[in-house]
Design a protein around this ligand. Structure first.
Ligand SMILES: [Zn+2]
Ligand SMILES: [Zn+2]
Length: 336
């Protein structure tokens, strides 16, 4: 079977690998879609920290069941994959927070992932399609990141919420925030993303940070209170440090995007707010099911996020072109 290996930064190669042997507790799936996200783009460029090569990328997967003894699955069934292998015994796992397991291994990041014709997957990581299409199934993982972060924030009636950054992570948040009866705002500097956001989420207040004073805008939109929930979806240190001051008193700041530096919080400013700072990592089984149900009920229609497509056979030539599309890239999708 054909596998695409990221040999070292900026180099993919096809490799012929043996069809997976059957392992008790695992099933074999045929990969049909692979969504590309920031992690893959950074890994290929060589700027994903703690990343080792060679590695098979791909963790946003849609697949067809081929063989194995997974309860509820038979040959030809469509599915998606929970790409986070958790230990089941650490404190986080015992608390049901398998998404932040102390020894978490993510497919396509810490171990080989889905850029392959077939994959052997532990049965408990297979998630039934619920009638979703292959494109929709490959979007479940990135959407679940958003759904998980929204549930972390414990949003209540009367909250006003701002999302910093209208890229793929920001869109994942907005798809679930728009289902809530709250004041919803977005801060973005890029024109393409602002326009895309206005089109997809017409009821959201979009603030162009390149042309406006963001604090003034947020004050106006929240009657002077400032947002009670701030989500960072930029993973940009400057944007994060800047946006701590957007938070209202008694507010909550949620880090969804990830960057490598140390945050700088002015303690008196943070303290007087009695603010909460939290991070949100990955997603759980129940987030995946929540997302699938939201798509089934047509509350979330995210296929417009797919701005680029390529075939598995063309990845070596087409993948590098994703870096020249700049901010016009939301989600690239590989088909097999
Ligand atoms: Zn991803
Ligand atoms: Zn664990």
């Amino acid at each position: 079977m054909k596998t695409i290996l990221c040999l070292q930064p900026n180099q993919f190669a096809f490799e012929e690998r043996a069809y997976p042997s059957s392992i008790a507790g695992n099933s074999i799936i045929a990969i049909k879609r692979i969504g590309i996200c920031g992690t893959d783009l950074h890994a290929y460029k060589g700027n994903q920290p703690f990343f080792s090569y060679p590695r098979v990328l791909g963790h946003e997967l849609a697949a067809e069941f081929v063989e194995g003894h997974a309860p509820g699955f038979s040959k030809g069934d469509l599915l998606t994959v929970l790409p986070y292998k958790s230990c089941g015994t650490c404190f986080a796992c015992m608390r049901g927070k398998t998404n932040c397991c102390a020894s978490l291994s993510v497919l396509g990041v810490h171990e080989d992932g889905g850029m392959s014709e077939y994959l052997s997957i532990p049965n408990q990581l297979l998630i039934s399609s619920g009638g979703l299409t292959l494109d929709q199934l490959a979007l479940v993982e990135p959407l679940a990141i958003g759904a998980h972060a929204v549930s972390r924030a414990m949003i209540q009636e009367g909250d006003s919420v701002v999302v910093i950054g209208a890229g793929p992570i920001g869109f994942g948040l907005l798809h679930f925030l728009k289902l809530l009866d709250i004041k919803l705002m977005v801060v973005e500097t890029n024109e393409f993303r602002l326009n895309f956001c206005k089109k997809e989420f017409p009821t959201v207040e979009c603030i162009d940070a390149s042309k406006n004073d963001v604090i003034d805008c947020l004050k106006d939109l929240t009657k002077g209170n400032m947002p009670s929930i701030v989500f960072d979806a930029t993973g940009n240190l400057t944007a994060i440090n800047e946006s701590f001051q957007y938070l209202s008193h008694a507010g909550t700041y949620v880090l969804v995007g990830l960057q490598q530096g140390a945050l700088s919080v002015l303690h008196p400013e943070f303290h007087k707010r009695e603010a909460t700072l939290m991070s949100s990592r990955n997603a759980t089984h129940s987030d995946f099911h929540f997302v699938i149900q939201a798509i089934q009920e047509k509350k979330v229609q995210a296929e417009n996020m797919i701005t680029h497509r390529m075939h598995f056979n063309d990845v070596i030539n087409e993948f590098p072109r994703l870096y020249t599309t700049g901010n016009a890239l939301m989600k690239a999708m590989i088909s097999l």
